[in-house]
Design a protein around this ligand. Sequence first.
Ligand code: SIN
Length: 284
Amino acid sequence: MADIAFERIEVRPLAGSLGAEIAGADLAKDLDNQTFDEIHRAFLAHHVLFFHDQALTPQSQAAFGRRFGPLNRHPYVKPLPDAPDVFAIVKEPEDAHHFGNGWHTDLSYTEKPAYGTMLYALEVPPYGGDTMFTNLHLAYEALSDGMQKMLAKLTGLYSNARTYGPNAQRFKDGVLSMAVSQQFEPGRVEHPLVRTHPETGRKSLYFSELHMAGIKDMKDEEAAPILKFLAQHAARPEFTCRLRWRKGSLAFWDNRCTAHYAIDDFQGMRRAMHRVTVEGDRPF
Ligand code: SIN
């Protein structure tokens, strides 16, 4: 990480595990190719980037997202009326449920989970509402050879039932201001538990606790202890960093090698974000 040279941007690592603050880029502008290339390199090196003091419209946020690839339209959350590639993540003071409140990687219950997610803060509580991230490369590399070999042969089963199914907690908790649809796909999607990053070639655990439904060819009671271990292991503090949001912050995370957790500790306060998601590939 340390030997990457940057000329247009300043990259300040936030933790030993992952995450860097980026200064020197105005994301509302059409970035020149060198600045974009440096941001892309920083993204691959640090896995989650934080840009503060940005002034983005939904259109300029989406335009920045499109520099990385085609944008995803979320299967269950309604987009903004004037920006079909952007949706709002809002928790009103009276809401009982916080979107993303559990370790997950975005859209892991689909055939082609997200490449990256950009979350832009419009309104944040005076305290609380942080987001945590964990580095799934480090989580994989800290496992024993024996565990790595065993996991490499296993296929995870992913489902959106826990987050979008009729029994999902968000629909039971009480007030839910976000327009989230319950029309979930009952099918289960298969992805390897160990994946290779398509751009860097580095291996990582692929684990999305909120969406894990089992392990292929295993009984539930056999898979459960493995999944429980992986959930605890992936969230070890040494692999994580934590973002304290400010109004105007944008976080951009790599869903192919990280998981994140939106902390629900700001009851009675409002938090409002805009999300843009870059389409990904099938994990291998
Ligand atoms: C998400 O998981 O997309 C939302 C994360 C957050 O609101 O912090």
